[in-house]
Ligand binder design. Structure first.
Ligand code: PLP
Length: 357
């Protein structure tokens, strides 16, 4: 089958096979990695290797902590303001779609929030010019979602926020392009799109962020505790982290972030060129900010969209229905989706247009 699901999503076939081959007896150790203690050597060795490959691929500087937590990206919507939205300060949020709205709404329950951009009136189809974005005078941090998975809109460049920490949700575009980590106070996301099987959330945080946090945090809410314990304060999502380690090694073998970046251009270019080739297809998103990971598109009628999904599914092409909150169609073209599967989608679209256009 061909997998265009938005998340959990496609994994490299080599990684799935490696997991199958090692699930019972992990690399000849005589037990499975998912039945071994997370305090034991076997897990920690694997975990350390996972973290160092992550650091290497994304070029994460030494003064940043890197670790994994549970709770999904959604838990971070609460943890970020709980830690950093201190009394007397305001948090700046951009509302650019579903995920930044959810993050913003949680922050509003916990402190003062300034929404510096809200494109609701246009259904979240455009973004602000990053150069025009300035944090509030008493800003605790400036928050954005780098790639809105549901709306298919992606920041191509990021604002320069000076001394104010920039915090980004990169759940759905992490490792699809090089990122200047130094611009950010924190980058985080669920791993279940570009990094591995669902379960873990990656956290990349500049160490001095910890000095800004609220006092008296409960244990799990406190980033300082997680940083000190490297994410192993409580039992980590072991299976997910193992998968992430293998995906990171796969990325490394396949040209690293630069390789992923080039492929994302090629793959998304194939589909956008079909969308742009006639009035039969329509992309609702401002061309400058169209996502390379999640391509959102429409057909002239909902009937045709339903037909498209049904016929694609009969051909083994899964996950092309748009999110239930926005309708339409969506093709997610994450790192692990083979080029051939994108060509197959392009050919299917052309044929569908020929028959129905
Ligand atoms: N942020 C983005 C951009 C997402 O795409 C998603 C989920 O799909 C989330 C946050 C929520 O992630 P989780 O399900 O891991 O809580």
């Amino acid at each position: 089958k061909k997998n265009y699901f938005a998340g959990p999503s496609v994994l490299p076939i080599e990684v799935l096979e490696e997991m199958r081959d090692n699930i019972v007896d992990y690399e000849g150790n005589g037990l499975s990695i998912i039945e071994a203690s997370h305090r034991g050597g076997m897990f920690e060795e694997m975990y350390d290797s996972c973290l160092s490959t992550f650091r290497e691929l994304l070029n994460i500087p030494e003064d940043y902590d890197v670790y994994f937590l549970g709770g999904g990206a959604t838990l971070q919507f609460t943890m970020i303001p709980t830690n950093f939205l201190v009394k007397g300060k305001v948090a700046d949020y951009a509302k650019t779609g579903t995920w930044s709205n959810k993050a913003c709404s949680d922050a509003q329950k916990l402190g003062d929030v300034n929404v510096f951009f809200d494109n609701k009136a246009e259904n979240y189809t455009t973004l602000p010019d990053p150069k025009s974005v300035k944090p509030s005078d008493n800003s605790a941090y400036l928050y954005l979602c780098a790639n809105e998975t549901i709306g298919g809109i992606e920041w191509k460049d990021f604002p320069d926020t000076g001394d104010v920490p920039l915090i980004a949700d990169m759940s759905s575009d992490i490792l699809s392009r090089p990122v200047d980590v130094k611009k950010f106070g924190m980058i985080y996301g669920g791993v279940q799109k570009n990094l591995g099987p669902a379960g873990a959330t990656f956290i990349i945080m500049r160490k001095d962020m910890l000095e800004r946090r609220n006092p008296n945090l409960t244990a799990y809410m406190d980033y300082a505790l997680h940083a000190k314990e490297k994410g192993l304060y409580n039992t980590p999502p072991v299976f997910s982290i193992w998968g992430v380690k293998l995906v990171l090694e796969w990325i490394k073998r396949n040209g690293g972030v630069e390789g992923m970046d080039k492929n994302a251009d090629l793959k998304s270019g194939l589909i956008y060129s079909v969308i742009d080739s006639s009035d039969f297809w329509r992309s609702p998103v401002d061309k400058r900010y169209r996502s390379r990971m999640n391509i959102v598109f429409r057909l002239p009628s909902e009937e045709l969209e339903a037909k498209f999904v049904k016929e694609a599914s009969a051909e083994g092409m899964l996950g092309l229905k748009g999110h239930r909150s926005v309708g339409g169609l969506r093709a997610s073209l994450y790192n692990a989706l083979p080029y051939e599967d994108v060509v197959a989608l392009k050919d299917f679209m052309k044929e569908f247009e020929r028959k129905n256009g």
